[in-house]
Design a protein around this ligand. Structure first.
Ligand code: NCD
Length: 311
């Protein structure tokens, strides 16, 4: 893939909806060069030496939080880990006040995860430092979308022309939204699959095909991205029973047998094993799930680097 001659001008990364195909490609190409760093015996570069990154997580996270932390450290930045528990947020301090106080200590990047859609955007309009969205409610999760894009490009050598199914709890998924924007801009066909209560026809307006029957489309796709059922966001009326969901939308051996031979299986994690995906497939040879985690580090290094070197 040719390197895109482009200058990076964004101080924040808030959504993938806002990024052009050239910008998406630029992040992926930058991530390529950072991926090499992780293969060295000394896995560190001085790109962000003297800069301060704050991880502000107001929602639970394992992968994303540690991935951003490690990315910051591999770039030689100083890292502060902030969480709601044990902070003044629990004393009633607002998000804005907390962020302004954190910024007053001379911070360069705030990485924020928050249960409210729009929280990262609000912050970016309030503080002077860079803001990176690590997931805002059901809205977007741009670095997850980018690492998924990166992993697909690495696997197939291209994105254009591929058919990607994103399956399950679409309505509650920021991962689905970020993937949808990124993949369609890069020329892939996105097929969203899920029960009507978790996937409305309105997604067609965003450029996706919408299907309620997994078995009808499973044989035609190159990539299957299985989403976690977001039990913490789901309303009981949206969901029949877990067994019913698994029967109709779970990726099990029987369904997998009907896939294209070289189908690539993805999942952003954390997985509900046995609900949306069975363990034999998640841990099998066509699974890219751990590659996604590995690539997430390079992608986040690229993002932290780019937002502090915009101009
Ligand atoms: C995703 C998230 O938090 O949105 N996970 C992640 O970042 N690895 C997906 C999810 O929680 O289902």
């Amino acid at each position: 893939m040719p390197h895109t001659p482009l200058r990076w001008t964004r101080k924040h990364l808030l959504t993938l909806e806002a990024l052009s195909a050239d910008e998406l490609r630029f992040v992926l190409d930058t991530a390529d060069s950072f991926k090499e760093v992780s293969t060295r015996s000394v896995k560190k570069v001085p790109a962000l030496r003297g800069r301060v990154v704050v991880n502000c997580f107001f929602e639970d996270s394992t992968r994303t939080r540690t991935s951003f932390a490690l990315a910051a450290q591999r770039l030689s930045a100083d890292l502060i880990d902030f969480s709601e528990k044990g902070s003044s947020i629990s004393k009633g301090e607002t998000l804005i006040d907390t962020a302004r106080n954190i910024e007053a200590m001379g911070v360069d990047i705030i990485v924020i995860r928050h249960p409210a859609a729009g929280a990262a955007d609000l912050l970016a309009r309030t503080v002077n430092c860079s803001v990176v969205n690590a997931g805002d409610g059901a809205h977007e999760h741009p670095t997850q979308g980018l690492l998924d894009l990166y992993t697909i490009r690495e696997r197939f050598g291209k994105i254009e022309g591929l058919k990607v199914a994103i399956v399950g709890d679409i309505v509650n998924s920021r991962v689905a939204r970020s993937n949808l924007w990124a993949l369609t801009k890069m020329g892939a066909e996105v097929i969203l699959v899920g029960p009507p209560t978790l996937l409305s026809k309105s997604f067609e307006a965003l450029g996706a095909r919408v299907h309620h029957n997994f078995d009808e489309v499973i044989g035609e796709v190159d990539v299957i991205n299985m989403l976690r059922v977001q039990f913490e966001r789901i309303k009981t009326s949206q969901f029949p029973t877990v067994r019913e969901f698994t029967r109709l939308f779970g990726l099990n051996q029987e369904r997998f047998a009907r896939c294209k031979k070289n189908v690539f299986v993805m999942h952003p994690g954390p997985m509900n094993r046995g609900i949306e995906i069975s363990s034999t497939i998640a841990d099998g040879p066509q699974s890219g799930i751990l590659k996604q985690v590995t690539n997430g580090l390079a992608v986040r290094m690229a993002v932290l680097y780019l937002v502090t070197h915009s101009g």
